[in-house]
Structures are given as C-alpha cells and as structure tokens.
Design a protein around this ligand. Sequence first.
Ligand code: PEP
Length: 249
Amino acid sequence: MRKNIVAGNWKMNKTLQEGVALATELKSIVKNPNCDVIVGTPFIHLATVAELLKGSPIAVAAENCADHASGAYTGEVSAAMVKSTGASYVIIGHSERRAYYGETYAILKEKVQLALANGLRPIFCVGEVKEEREAGRQNEVVKAQLEGSLFGLTAEEFAKVVIAYEPVWAIGTGLTATPEQAQEMHSHIRGLVAAKYGREIADGCSILYGGSCNAKNAASLFANPDIDGGLIGGASLKAEDFKAIIDAF
Ligand code: PEP
C-alpha cells in the first residue's frame, strides 16, 4: 500500500550553518517515525544535509531542478547534480515556481522527466488559486495541471511520483483547507490517476496536503482516507514543530 509521508520545504530560508543546525536537531529527535520523512532544502545545503542525515530515517529533497540536462544554463542546477548530492527527491511545480518563475506545464513536464531519468522521485505540486476555488473551478484546474505535466509518463514512471495538493490560497497564509475540502480534492486526484493508470497505481500513489499544515491541524487532515501526509513550509523550519507533525501519524 502507499506510504504516508511528511515532507518539509525550507524554501529560501536558512543559511548553510542554520540548515545544518536544523538537520542535526531533526536527526536527534526523529528516531522511529510512523511515516517517511523528507526535508526539502535549498541547493547549497543538499550535499551537507544529505551526508549528515545518512543512516537516519530522513531523506532529502531539492526544491527544484533545471528543465535541461546540462550545458550553458548559467545558475541552473540539473537533476543529475541534485542526485549526485545524495538527495533522493525533488519538489517540482511548487506554486511559487509557477507564479514567480513562469514555470509552465511544458517546463514542468521536462523537469519531471529529467528527475525520473536521474533516479529522483518528484514531489509534484498542484493546486488552485483563490479565484479559481471561488469560481468552483478547482477540480478542472488540478486536472489540467496533472494532464499537462504528469500524464504523459508511463505507468512505471508515474508510480515513482508523489503528488502534493497545495491550494495556493492556503500556502503561508494561515488559512488551511478544511479536512473535508482537502479529502474531496485528494479523492478527485486519486480518481483521475485511477482513470489514467488504473486502480493499483492510484491506490499506491501518496498524495500529500500542503498549505498552513501545522501541529494543531495535521492529525485531522491525515485522518482522511486519501490524505497520505503533508508538504510543510513554515512549520518545517523548527525541529519541534516539524516533529509534532510527523507524530500526527
Ligand atoms: C509550501 O510552501 O509547500 C507550504 C505548504 O507552505 P506553508 O506550510 O508555509 O503554508
């Protein structure tokens, strides 16, 4: 059956030294979690944090990777480079990347394919903005995001993808989707995956919720049948807060 996962997304926070301190503290307090645990760090932290967390139950993710394999793309970091740090996951399609860096469905499709080709598991983010939810369009928006970037994958490739449903209106705002809203969307996503890849792959697909998830609301979200954990921004920046969310499982 599918895995429960709690994944942190540090975003553009923490110097290298602060990141090492956070990872060190996490390593000492996260011992036998009842779910898979991942920390998503800035590129420059990856190699050091991956080395530090070796032998611990915590895996490491990049927050992005390039949409080209290699070459003259100054400032970019390829999926192969991410893999070479010891990271095993990469967050792709975060709404901040879509909104601020113009990442289209086609660009994200390339990134997903490069991640998989280099042995990284994508944590692929989808989610509607406030206006789209207010117009009742959330289901079609998320469907288009999945179809536009993921549904060209083979079943074997898709089986390695983790999906994170992150309603954009809930990210960093303190507004959390209700457990009912989240469950409804997660069930919609699983249904779309089942229609495309079959029931077995859909049942094996971990679908995480993200958007102001914290120690107080995690348990009520994770209690739902189609919510397999969380992608955590703000509350992943303090070891104890992140641990409390892990302990919700
Ligand atoms: C995120 O950015 O992935 C996220 C879920 O952020 P926050 O938890 O801070 O809302």
